[in-house]
Write a protein that binds this ligand. Structure first.
Ligand code: BLA
Length: 764
């Protein structure tokens, strides 16, 4: 007969242990023996080498046989009934008897192989646990504790009482599968491992997956010699025949884990999986400091403890999460109350502890108008200010949170000590102002299982292999610059506070602006009053002497006074003329200042009437110059009548005044609807009435189209075209009073066109 063993002899080390196929070691632990039956014909296809120790048969004698060939017929027949009856459940084992020895036999299907694992009864008897009392005790614990840590502590105590292990720990995973001993029950003389944390690498992913499928793992004696599994070599499947032992009780232990436990001084372990939503939440991890074999039913009792705790995990965690959210909410409320009550919140209350508590942060900073306000443990100003600037650039008008700031700004490793993780909110778009909650790097805050085991371990060949210490160091590299995760409740309460703070700052700004405007308004009123005085002075005090000069000059000139030389007469005439000019100038300046200052009384007026009156008023000079004025139908608008009258007077008298020598003035007034171009290339959205006054006069150079509306701007400063240079400035101001504007188009010698624009949708 041709047989072979299926032992996996691949060398496992630190670099490949993550991918070690621990479910097919091809060997078992020696506290029992194993038979694997081909399911189709019940022929024994696998057996462990230690059959010979238990039933005195070598693999050669067992392989290729049936159960009937080995055990008494009555037993194998009973087993067939058991097998068909217990297809889906393995909880009740079968009991085989061989040479008067009873074997507790766990049965499960692995692929096409029915696996039978035989364990001799511990002390030859079957001891059933007291499930009734165990359940009753658990229910009372459940009622006693509302928190998971206390419940876990009692489960650890109970499990140790039931199983008798030296140490029982409840080991909880975080979201990255790093673990923490959250409860421990131990014999007195052992050092405590409670509160210690271990990296996820200590229980690699394939082991965790296995513990989800098979929630009970027993290692009875860490210094055992693995027992190889044998199979027939003449089967049709050629090479790489293996047996998946995922659901097995006796499965041999990964050599790397054996090394780990030896380094810890552990002799035997029992591990029960704790699941939440089909994911591994934690383990009940039991240590014994010598070998320990637990009877089948006591193992099931431990498993039951696991089920008990598992049933409570989700419920209690939701309650815990709720409590944390409530605490954050309470701190938020406290912060908001202080904020709403104090105008100087930022300056006086930035150190309030509730600001940290609302996000369970270790540091908090406000950056407002170039000033930093710090609370708790935070980086230096020199690091913080550039951080605020960068965040504002990356997240303008927005918020963000991260557990690992360094993944966003890789250059900022120096921030990790205090700000490995942050919650950020901008306080004002376009500025670096913002608010930050921060958390320290996790390395800083965790009670790591410091230097827990021997450092480096050498195998027989002298090569360095795994030690837990080494895995710990590797892992430390991985968690560098990382903080604890922000909970949703913490992110929410911090954004609520940030929005409130933003509102507070805006409100303060509006208030201060209001104050400024009030002061400005008062100053303006005082200035206006002064201006009114000035007007009065100009009218009376300046005009009066001028009028006198004119009267006296006229008197002198009117009299035929032979004593006066022609030269004196000429001088007096010039003086009179200068005084007259000055008076016109004063009147124009007054008119200009009045255009802006007088009370604006709008009336609904037909512009045709206004224009008719103006034409009437100018009829004499029009006739003198042989001019013609034509105009179409003008709209009815809300206007200040005397100002629009003045505007048309100015425009039309200019058109007449600046006529060409050999050309009778023709003035054409047209009305259109336009969406005008105010600044070149930029159109208003609104429609306007565009009323244009086109003449055929001397015009002006294109470059003056804008400047022409400036005060004292005279384009033709000679006697032929007299004027003060204020008329068009007045027109401009009048149009501004009507929410409109005025434009000029011209070329020298080709006439000029002035267009006034009134918004169609009247705002007045
Ligand atoms: C398995 N590692 C385990 C198990 C535990 C731990 C509880 C389950 C098996 C058992 O019951 O022992 C880890 N045990 C701990 C920890 C404490 C403890 C953290 O008591 C703390 C108090 N281990 C390593 C590295 C590798 C590794 C680097 O440290 C390889 C990448 C492997 N651990 C490893 C493997 C198993 C394991 C392969 C599965 C063992 C098996 O079931 O065969």
């Amino acid at each position: 007969m041709n047989i072979k063993d299926i032992v996996n002899r691949d060398v496992v080390n630190l670099t490949n242990c993550e991918s070690e196929p621990i479910h097919i070691p091809g060997s078992i632990q020696p506290h029992g023996f194993l038979l694997g039956l081909r399911n189709e014909d019940q022929v024994i296809d696998f057996c462990s080498a230690n059959c010979v120790d238990y039933i005195n048969l070598t693999p050669e004698q067992v392989l290729g046989k049936t159960l009937e060939d080995i055990f008494q017929k009555e037993q194998s027949d009973r087993f067939c009934i058991y097998r068909d009856y217990n297809k889906d459940s393995q909880t009740t084992p079968f009991v085989f008897v061989y040479n008067e020895m009873q074997y507790n036999t766990s049965v499960h299907l692995s692929g096409k192989t029915l696996v039978l694992e035989f364990e001799p009864f511990f002390d030859g008897t079957l001891s059933l646990p007291d499930l009734y009392n165990q359940t009753r005790s658990f229910v009372s614990l459940m009622e006693k504790h509302s928190y998971l840590p206390e419940l876990s502590q009692d489960i650890a105590n109970e499990t140790r009482a039931i199983t008798g292990y030296d140490r029982v720990m409840i080991y909880r995973f975080d979201e990255d599968y790093n673990g923490e001993v959250i409860a421990e029950s131990k014999i007195e003389n052992l050092d405590s491992l409670a509160g210690q944390k271990y990296p996820h690498t200590d229980i690699p992913v394939q082991a965790r997956e296995l513990y989800i499928r098979n929630p009970l793992r027993v290692i009875t004696d860490i210094s055992y010699t693995p027992v190889p599994l044998f199979t027939l070599n003449d089967s049709a499947e050629k090479s790489n025949k293996s047996l998946d032992l995922s659901l097995s009780i006796l499965r041999s232990v990964s050599p790397i884990h054996v090394e780990y436990l030896k380094n810890m001084g552990v002799g035997a372990t029992l591990t029960v999986s704790l699941l939440k939503n089909n994911k591994l939440w934690g383990l009940i991890a039991c240590h014994h400091y010598s070998s320990k074999l637990l009877p089948h039913y006591t193992r099931l009792s431990a498993l039951l403890q696991g089920h008990f705790l598992t049933s409570q995990i989700a419920v209690r965690e939701v309650a815990e999460e709720f409590e944390i959210a409530q605490a954050a909410d309470k701190a938020l409320l406290e912060s908001l109350t202080i904020l709403h009550k104090n105008e100087d919140f930022i300056e006086e209350f930035y150190k309030s502890p509730c600001l940290l508590k609302l996000a369970n942060a270790t540091g908090f900073v406000i950056y407002n108008k170039g000033k930093i306000y710090k609370n708790g443990n935070v980086p230096e100003d020199g690091d913080l200010i550039p951080l605020f600037k960068k965040l504002a650039r990356h997240y303008p008008n927005a918020g963000m949170h991260t557990e690992q700031l360094i993944t966003i700004f890789s250059e900022d490793e120096n921030l990790s000590k205090h700000a490995a993780g942050i919650i950020y909110h901008s306080l004002a778009g376009g500025t670096p102002d913002g608010v930050l909650w921060m958390r320290e790097e996790r390395r800083e805050t965790i009670n790591w299982a410091g230097n827990p085991h021997k450092a480096v371990v050498h195998n027989e060949a002298g090569a360095v292999t795994l030690s837990p210490r080494k895995s710990f160091e590797l892992w430390l590299e991985e968690v560098r610059n990382k903080s604890l995760k922000w909970r949703i409740s913490e992110v929410n309460s911090s954004s609520s506070f940030a929005y409130a703070l933003q509102k507070h700052i805006n409100l303060r700004y509006v208030k201060s602006q209001e104050n400024k405007h009030r002061l400005l308004n008062e100053e303006l009123k005082a200035a206006n009053k002064e201006l009114a005085n000035l007007n009065w002075i100009s009218t009376h005090d300046l005009q009066e002497p001028l009028r006198k000069i004119q009267i006296f000059a006229s008197k002198v000139l009117d009299k035929e006074n032979p004593d006066l030389s022609a030269q004196v007469k000429d001088s007096v005439e010039r003086m009179r003329f200068a005084a007259e000019k000055m008076q016109v100038l004063i009147e124009d300046i007054l008119a200009y200042s009045r255009t802006g200052n007088t009370e604006k009384v709008y009336e609904r007026v037909d512009l045709n009437n206004v224009l008719n009156n103006v034409v009437q008023e100018l009829s004499e000079i029009v006739r003198e110059k042989n001019g013609i004025i034509t105009f179409g139908d003008l709209p009815v608008l809300n206007i200040i009548p005397f100002q629009i009258h003045q505007l048309f007077i100015n425009l039309l008298s200019n058109a007449i005044k600046f006529s060409q020598d050999q050309l009778d003035p023709i003035i054409n007034i047209e009305v259109k609807t336009e969406i005008p171009e105010r600044i070149s290339g930029q159109h208003d959205k609104e429609e306007y009435h565009a009323i244009s006054v086109q003449d055929n006069g001397i015009g002006f150079e294109k470059e003056y189209e804008n400047r022409i509306f400036d005060v004292f701007q005279r384009l033709h400063p000679n006697h032929k075209y007299p004027g003060t240079g204020i008329g068009l400035a007045i027109c401009k101001k009048i149009m501004e009073n009507h929410s409109g504007f005025i434009k000029a188009d011209s070329e020298l010698g080709k006439g000029a066109r002035f267009t006034i624009f009134f918004p169609k949708e009247e705002v007045i």
